[in-house]
Design a protein around this ligand. Structure first.
Ligand SMILES: *[C@@H]1O[C@H](CO)[C@@H](O)[C@H](O)[C@H]1NC(C)=O
Ligand SMILES: *[C@@H]1O[C@H](CO)[C@@H](O)[C@H](O)[C@H]1NC(C)=O
Ligand SMILES: *[C@@H]1O[C@H](CO)[C@@H](O)[C@H](O)[C@H]1NC(C)=O
Ligand SMILES: [Cu+2]
Length: 713
């Protein structure tokens, strides 16, 4: 995606420079172009020497993008609605975006090329030629959380450069005003889970309006809103074979005749899902799990699938993607083309923020070790990675050294913080912020279930936290899919085909963000897990009298009769769940210890599977057994003789323990530790700052999945 002239492979590039150097030498000595003939006809040895000389010169000239974020001072990235309160900063934000998006696609620092690093069009960037026909973005892998950090910093840095260019276009006597506004300006994030102000939709109009009025050097002007869509200019044929491929702008929940985005529907859906998404965030923040476990949806990274970590930030990130893109195939619905929609950046900045908050809560944990699970632009499947892995293609200097996850542990390195990490954040101060942003609503705010989704109440002693766990293959279908979940005995829940998000029984949806047909490999399943909390909905059912009590027995019986799910696939049609490859559901519940102060979060006790709820669900209710690990699955040191050989035949999950009995720990997913590669020198996990020793129980099962014995490591 760099300028094609500069990326025709190494040799043509070398020759091009060779000629350039000759021209320079020639003019330096005042000689004429005719001398070139003489040079070219020199003996092969002389030519080779010259070649070597120019090669060295080229290497010196080869320059990589030095990613720094916005330099100077460290400033908070604000929530989009807060940034908008500062009219001058908001104006610069929009004008900078407009200018950034208008840069020619041949410019490596254009919006097109910067956003194109993520997925399609699968071409070189920053001197890195893809080794596979794939994008650079490591979704459902250990580096999901940290890789996006320098990526966002790059985007912010380039956008900010455009802001500075815009300021230079203002009359001299106005420039100081704009420079003052820019001094503390950083790009905003969109918190889709917090209570929106003044009863507004959770998706602000500033993202949904088609046009916006801005102050330019020539006065007020109404322009196309740069947060509404990106205009490719021409039909982007390299975006793959989608129904919407013929349309030159990014789309959200597209509708036809004429082809356009449906941002009103987007706002409605995001509202309907907000409570459940808020509960998911609160559940993760309260989980006590390690950062590595909560950052990604991938099974095989997470070490405590049966423990308290039931969800991940990446899993929530997926439902935001699918809700925005929509089943009709908007950009955000497909991993490979999502980053072109400007909303992607507002969403991902929020993801980075959530991950930064979790770092404060769990300061001694970070990126865990694991293996790449599908061919990517910069890595091959199976390559071991850890927190010292170079986050290609993001370089921290012009010499071409890549950032590692360790380099960017602290966001201040990249010139920013978030409101909650500004100053001297502590775990207590961040937990306090989580409580006020995402805690269940105060009792005065609760609404009766029949007038909309119940908004929750603070936890009490004797409460249970209950979740529907979803195990899903990320690339099972051509595109994404969504599991809609309903709870209750209203008419709509009886007929799932007609059940809608307007129903008082709608709980929320679980999204699995996939790739388009051309880019996915259906024979290489990538397994993920996350969950939908049912707790708030159950509280509502208890208040309405449908559910007798919060005892696990009553919950299990109630859910067995009233929990319904349907899968909506690409195109919007319902797909029988049993026809979706590798899809599994189970429900689990744990006792809750309420927080003792606003600086504390509730704690989850040990989860117990409620097998009765899902065991009659065709196929998807069956106990899921992990596929045989392809690589060493037990932490072993390189010195150990067994190192490098698979030592876990199979793993298994939720062998439902009978209610009331003590359930054995069954943490069957264990980390895959890396071996040394030239780009990733071996670091034993215990030597890494982010390492957190966990007790691991491995359950051995036979080919049929029957339990044989378990072992503690
Ligand atoms: C539910 O079904 C019953 C009987 O089929 C019907 O009388 C009632 O009106 C329906 N309620 C709603 C809200 O559709
Ligand atoms: C369920 O609803 C759909 C759409 O409204 C309708 O076509 C179908 O007949 C209903 N099925 C049953 C069993 O009532
Ligand atoms: C798809 O994945 C399978 C299993 O990993 C692999 O053998 C195959 O080569 C892949 N196909 C392509 C086209 O990459
Ligand atoms: Cu991404």
């Amino acid at each position: 995606m760099m300028n094609p002239n500069s990326h025709g492979g190494l040799l043509p590039t070398l020759l091009a420079v060779f000629v350039l150097v000759h021209a320079a030498v020639a003019s330096l000595h005042g000689v004429h172009h005719a001398h070139h003939v003489h040079h070219v006809q020199r003996s092969p040895n002389a030519l080779e020497a010259k070649f070597e000389e120019t090669k060295q010169l080229l290497e010196k000239r080869a320059s990589y993008i030095k990613i720094t974020g916005v330099t100077g001072t460290v400033q908070p990235r604000l929530e989009i609605r807060d940034l908008k309160k500062n009219a001058d900063q908001w104006n610069l934000f929009l004008l900078g975006m407009q200018r950034f998006m208008a840069k020619p696609k041949s410019d490596p620092l254009s919006f097109y090329q910067v956003t194109g690093v993520h997925g399609r069009p699968f071409v070189a960037w920053n001197n890195f030629q893809p080794i596979n026909q794939a994008g650079f973005c490591p979704h459902s892998q250990i580096l999901f959380g940290s890789w996006h950090r320098p990526y966002l910093a790059l985007y912010e840095q380039v956008w900010y450069q455009n802001v500075l260019e815009v300021i230079a276009t203002f009359p001299t006597n106005q420039q100081q005003r704009w420079k003052n506004a820019a001094a503390t300006l950083r790009m905003p994030y969109w918190d889709w889970a917090k209570v929106p102000p003044n009863g507004e939709a959770s998706t602000p109009t500033s993202i949904r309006d088609k046009t916006v009025t801005v102050t330019t050097p020539s006065g007020q002007q109404t322009i196309d809103n740069p947060l509404y869509s990106y205009n490719f200019g021409t039909v982007p044929s390299e975006m793959g074979g989608l129904p919407w491929n013929n349309f030159p702008v990014t789309l959200r929940r597209p509708v036809a005749n004429p082809t356009r985005s449906n941002n009103n529907e987007l706002a409605t859906v995001m509202n309907q899902r907000r409570i459940n998404m808020r509960d998911r965030l609160y559940g993760i923040f309260s989980s006590g799990a390690s950062w590595g476990d909560v950052s990604t949806s991938a099974i095989g990274v997470r070490t405590s699938q049966n423990g308290n970590n039931v969800d991940s930030f990446e899993s929530i990130h997926d439902i935001v993607h699918t809700s925005i893109g929509g089943e009709s195939g908007g950009n955000m619905y497909y991993l490979d083309i999502s980053s072109f929609d400007p909303i992607f950046w507002l969403h991902h900045t929020n993801m980075d923020r959530l991950l930064a908050l979790y770092q404060v809560i769990s300061p001694n944990t970070y990126v865990t070790a694991g293996k790449i699970n599908r061919p990517m632009a910069q890595w091959n499947a199976g390559e071991p990675k850890n927190s010292y892995t170079p986050l290609k293609p993001f370089t921290k200097d012009t010499a071409g050294n890549y950032f590692t996850s360790e380099d960017i542990r602290n966001t201040r390195v990249l010139g920013y913080v978030y409101p909650e990490t500004n100053g001297n954040p502590t775990a207590a101060s961040v937990r306090s912020a989580i409580n006020s942003l995402y805690g269940p609503s105060a009792p005065s705010k609760k609404r009766h279930y029949s007038t909309g989704p119940f908004e929750g109440r603070p936890f009490r002693h004797g409460d249970q936290h209950t979740v529907l766990s979803v195990i899903a293959n990320k690339y099972a279908l051509d595109g994404s899919y969504v599991v809609d979940c309903f709870l209750g005995h209203s008419n709509s829940t009886k007929n799932m085909t007609s059940a809608s998000y307007d129903s008082p029984d709608y709980v929320g949806s679980y999204g699995v963000l996939g790739m388009m047909k051309a880019d996915r490999n259906s024979s290489n399943p990538v397994m993920t897990e996350g969950c939908l909390p049912l707790t708030t909905a159950l509280q509502g059912k208890q208040i309405s009298g449908e559910l007798k009590s919060m005892s696990p027995q009553h919950i299990e019986a109630y859910l067995k009769d009233n929990l319904k799910c349907k899968v909506i696939g690409p195109g919007g049609a319902e797909i029988p769940a049993e026809q979706v490859p590798d899809l599994h559901f189970y429900v689990k519940s744990c006792p809750v210890t309420p927080a003792s102060s606003p600086e504390e979060l509730p704690t989850w006790g040990e989860f117990e599977v409620l097998p009765e709820v899902t065991k009659h669900w065709p196929k998807v209710g069956e106990t899921y057994t992990y596929p045989k690990p392809a690589a060493p699955a037990v932490p072993a040191s390189p010195e150990s003789p067994s190192y490098g050989t698979p030592s876990v035949p199979h793993g298994t999950v939720p062998v439902a323990p009978p209610m009331g009995t003590s359930s054995p720990p069954a943490n069957s997913v264990v980390p895959l530790y890396p071996t040394s590669t030239p780009e990733s020198p071996f670091h034993h996990p215990s030597e890494e700052p982010g390492y957190c020793q966990q007790k691991i129980t491995i359950k051995y099962v036979d080919e049929a999945g029957n339990f044989l014995y378990s072992e503690e490591k």
